[in-house]
Design a protein around this ligand. Structure first.
Ligand SMILES: Cc1cc2nc3c(=O)[nH]c(=O)nc-3n(C[C@H](O)[C@H](O)[C@H](O)COP(=O)(O)OP(=O)(O)OC[C@H]3O[C@@H](n4cnc5c(N)ncnc54)[C@H](O)[C@@H]3O)c2cc1C
Length: 423
């Protein structure tokens, strides 16, 4: 019996997930990443505040991310200790909006809608009717329908769209409602609403992102004989070397972002490369603020929704003192962000000052990820995982049921290893 070698290019959450699944399937794994740390877009930065690192961007998971949670357990982590779980809460600082009580499904949804603060009966009725229709239709809709069209189709009230659907769509799909795919939106909604106990809960990292999974995953892989090559960028010349020639006993998985995967495949697999290289992305900006007001005791909840528009661009603010024990630190998230970095940071600083009534807010760091996620539009056609015999791609952009999220990346990594079984 020949040994099977798997070379994985990229140690983001997709590459790590593929590596774990491959080790479990008996592959000898060789994992490469340009960076000197694993985690890709979901990793910590070198900059520390109060003795703990900042993250490349504030992340939030939901209870329905079962593959991610199970993967964390596989590498010996306890998600219950590392993630702070709260029932879905999208309330604004003025108390308006939806929060689900800690009840079994579907009572949590029914009671949450009935008790939504600042909503009239016709708002609540429009959402209840839409939820009932979505459920009856199996949470599917025509492929080309946008979330905006979905809302119009189900006659959702303006308030429900503005205070619930828009922020939910931006945080789950990182795409504005006017372009976002209603089909993908409904799929995430279905998993959250019907996915069993706790599926709709918000799970917020209570530690930095590298400690949340990538570091422990690397240790798990190394302990099982995997070769980890951090700080090594795979080039087109490497792809031509014998080590990267796919064969029945040697497979390649490109777990790098689509632009890079396109570059590495352009000579040998031009049509796959073209598709991967022509995807469009959306940005996310995280503005870290520090509140130095002497009487600041933290926010009322670890996550608070913000009323947002063009001049008030952030949708959510996270209280890192409650989450990661970094006193006074707030992480403000601008999904689908546009505009110049410093201007954005100042707008967010003003927005948080006004809406939360805070003073002494200082901008600590602004992280702009221009290609944070794939634009989850109706027009986007995602490439398949299969590139050529014994050569595959995985990542949050590869065809799959989920938008560009940690769960999408993790599932994609696991899927690719399932496909390798058929070699
Ligand atoms: C600011 C921000 C906020 C986000 N918020 C959320 C959230 O709240 N919830 C959620 O679920 N998701 C969120 N996401 C999305 C989530 O982070 C991504 O979907 C996920 O991390 C993608 O993982 P990946 O492994 O597919 O890709 P990546 O993380 O991009 O990993 C690819 C890896 O490949 C490496 N690489 C590239 N080229 C080469 C090469 N030539 N050789 C070797 N290595 C190479 C890179 O260094 C990188 O480590 C957010 C993303 C950002 C940026």
């Amino acid at each position: 019996m020949h040994e099977k070698h798997l070379r994985i290019v990229g140690a983001g959450w997709a590459g790590l997930s593929a590596a774990v699944a491959a080790v479990q399937d008996g592959w000898h794994v060789h994992l490469y990443d340009t960076a000197h740390a694993a985690g890709g877009r979901a990793r910590s930065l070198a900059q520390h505040v109060a003795g703990r690192p900042l993250d490349n961007g504030q992340h939030v998971l939901i209870g329905a991310y079962r593959s991610t949670l199970s993967l964390m357990r596989t590498v010996g982590l306890d998600p219950d200790a590392l993630l702070q779980r709260i029932p879905l809460n999208l309330r604004f600082a003025d108390g308006q909006g939806l929060a689900l009580p800690d009840l079994a499904q579907p009572w949590n949804v029914l009671a949450g809608i009935a008790q939504a603060k600042g909503w009239r009966w016709r708002d609540k009725l429009s959402l209840l009717t839409a939820c009932w229709q979505w459920q009856r239709q199996g949470f599917v809709c025509p492929v080309h329908r946008t979330v905006e069209q979905l809302c119009a189709h189900h006659q959702l009230s303006h308030r429900v769209v503005q205070q619930l659907i828009e922020p939910l769509c931006l945080s789950a799909l990182n795409t504005p409602v006017a372009q976002a795919s209603a089909l993908v939106f409904l799929r995430v909604l279905r998993d959250a609403i019907q996915g069993g106990p706790g599926s709709a809960d918000l799970l917020m990292p209570a530690t930095d992102l590298s400690a949340l999974f990538p570091n422990a995953c690397l240790a798990w892989l190394a302990a099982r004989g995997s070769r980890i090559h951090l700080g090594q960028r795979i080039t087109t010349a490497d792809m031509r070397s014998p080590a990267f020639q796919p064969s029945p006993t040697q497979a390649i998985v490109l777990a790098c972002p689509p632009g890079e995967a396109a570059r590495l495949t352009q000579d040998a697999h031009p049509s796959w490369s073209l598709q991967a290289g022509s995807l469009s992305h959306t940005a996310i900006t995280t503005v870290y603020l520090k509140c130095a007001a002497p009487n600041f005791q933290g926010l009322p909840h670890p996550i608070v929704a913000l009323h947002s528009d063009v001049t008030q661009p952030a949708q959510f603010v996270f209280d890192r003192s409650a989450l990661t024990g970094q006193p006074g630190l707030l992480a403000c998230v601008v999904s689908a962000s546009q505009g110049e970095r410093d201007a954005l940071a100042q707008q967010v600083q003003r927005q948080v000052t006004q809406q939360l009534g805070l003073t002494h807010l200082h901008i600590i760091q602004t992280v702009v990820e221009k290609k944070a996620t794939l634009a989850c539009t109706t027009a986007q056609i995602r490439p398949a995982a299969y590139i050529a015999p014994s050569m595959y791609a995985c990542g949050d952009y590869v065809q799959g049921p989920y938008p560009s999220t940690l769960e999408g990346a993790v599932r994609s990594g696991q899927q690719v290893v399932t496909q390798l079984r058929h070699l």
